[in-house]
Design a protein around this ligand. Structure first.
Ligand code: AMP
Ligand code: GLY
Length: 426
């Protein structure tokens, strides 16, 4: 098969690495790709916002499957345009991508189908939103409705913070996305990420993970795209997975199908495991980044076969098997991330760091005069397998320490919750 992979981050490098292991793969293209992805794919320059150009490339190169990594092209309808041109695509249509593109849409779906989630209200103007905040009081969570690159959520511990967040949403800080806000109850418990491959009708559980969103050790400081992750998530026991499938995922797929927007691709449920059971925090319509980087090394089965199965509506007849080992990834970021990462510094020692069960996925790198340089905020994902999360963590940090990149930094406590659990024998 000839496959076109869309994206340029660590998530897409992990996907390229796993796709390249498939005996079914004839040729892999990636756009725009990165120097790590280029080890497995021919990187081509196509403007992914120009859907006609993507369709043209696929026709010209007889592409059998397009795999879309990030959410923005999906919300913008790239899958719709590929489907209209008879080109198979792994990823949801724009209507189905509303599960990530509109928080209000998802909350309404939850209400209609009895899916457990935080109690909420939607507002289209600041006056009513402010009244609501004053009536309910803090703590309370304020969210801009649309895609805001992870910046649209404020977990407000005081009323003043919540009111400021409402004003920020309606000030246009998040573009037109802030034209509506969702205000919801604060959920307490342990967060976990749960993934499913979906073919429109059937959802196949596809792994669990936990990530660290804050930039600083002890989960402090500003929010980021994720500074590290590990898989599996200890809270996602077999029983919990079954419950989430029954109470959250299956009603969602049914609801999407009933409204004429069946969901195909990977559905990523951000969950809070509360005292009353699992509750949906939010959906994403693509793999997590860096969660994908810890799922792929654990997947025993052929990713390409599974993605093809999703596109062909065959998941009811398929399964996914996982290695028993834990995987952990440490994000190395350029100093200054997330506010203003410095670009252009040289990274050395990557080959020496990559031994045993270690993979280094490139997230934001470029090539300059034959050398790898930092070209983004999150730059490398140093990923290791181990019998336990503790062993995977030790192995990952040994590799981190072999990388010669003084201008980079990482958190030293990735996996701390699972490591503590393991130390206590829980
Ligand atoms: P999101 O951008 O929706 O993933 O939200 C970012 C983070 O905010 C989540 O990962 C949670 O840690 C937190 N969060 C969002 N909604 C809630 C909620 N209702 N209760 C508690 N935490 C939340
Ligand atoms: N790591 C969180 C995300 O991909 O949204």
């Amino acid at each position: 098969m000839k496959v076109l992979l869309i994206g340029s981050g660590g998530r897409e490098h992990a996907l390229a690495w796993k796709l390249a292991a498939s005996p079914l793969l004839g040729k892999l293209y990636a756009t725009p790709g990165n120097p790590g992805i280029a080890e497995h794919a021919e990187c081509v320059a196509i403007d992914m916002r120009d859907h006609e150009a993507v369709v043209y490339f696929c026709r010209d190169n007889a592409i059998d499957l397009v795999v879309v990594g990030p959410e923005a092209p999906l919300v913008a309808g790239l899958a719709d345009d590929l489907i209209a041109a008879d080109i198979p695509v792994f990823g949801p249509t724009a209507d189905a991508a509303r599960l990530e593109g509109s928080k209000g849409f998802t909350k309404d779906l939850c209400a209609r189908y009895g899916i457990p989630t935080a109690a909420y209200a939607r507002f289209a103007d600041a006056v009513h939103a402010r009244d609501h905040v004053r009536r309910v009081g803090a703590p309370i969570v304020v969210k801009a409705d649309g895609l805001a690159a992870g910046k649209g959520v404020t977990v407000a511990m005081t009323e003043a913070e919540a009111l400021a967040a409402v004003d920020e949403c309606f000030s246009g800080a998040f573009g037109i996305e802030g034209a509506e806000v969702v205000i919801e109850e604060l959920l307490e418990g342990e967060e976990a990420s749960f993934f499913c491959l979906c073919d429109g009708k059937t959802a196949l559980p596809f792994g669990t993970a936990q990530d660290h969103k804050r930039v600083g050790e002890g989960d402090t400081g500003p929010n980021t795209g994720g500074m590290g992750a590990y898989s599996p998530a200890p809270v996602m026991t077999e029983e919990m997975v079954a419950r989430v499938m029954r109470q959250i995922i299956e009603p969602t797929l049914k609801g999407m199908e009933e409204m004429g927007a069946p969901f195909t691709g990977v559905l990523y449920a951000g969950l809070m495991i509360t005292r009353d059971g699992p509750k949906l925090i939010e959906y994403n319509v693509r793999f997590g980044d860096p969660e994908c980087q810890v799922l792929m090394p654990r997947l025993k089965d052929d990713l390409l076969v599974l993605m093809k199965g999703a596109v062909d509506g065959q998941l009811a007849h398929m399964s996914a098997r996982w290695r028993d080992e834990a995987a952990l990834t440490v994000v190395m970021a350029a100093k200054g991330y997330p506010a203003s990462p410095e670009k252009g510094s040289v990274i050395r020692g990557l080959d020496a760091a990559k031994d045993g069960d270690v993979e280094i996925f490139h997230a934001g790198t470029a090539l300059r005069n034959g050398e790898i340089i930092a070209d983004g905020g999150r730059v490398l994902n140093v990923t290791a397998l181990g019998r336990t999360v503790t062993e995977a963590r030790d192995q990952a940090y040994r590799a981190v320490d072999r990388i010669d990149w003084p201008e980079g930094f990482c958190r030293r406590d990735i996996g701390w919750r699972a490591v503590e659990r393991e130390a206590e024998g829980r």
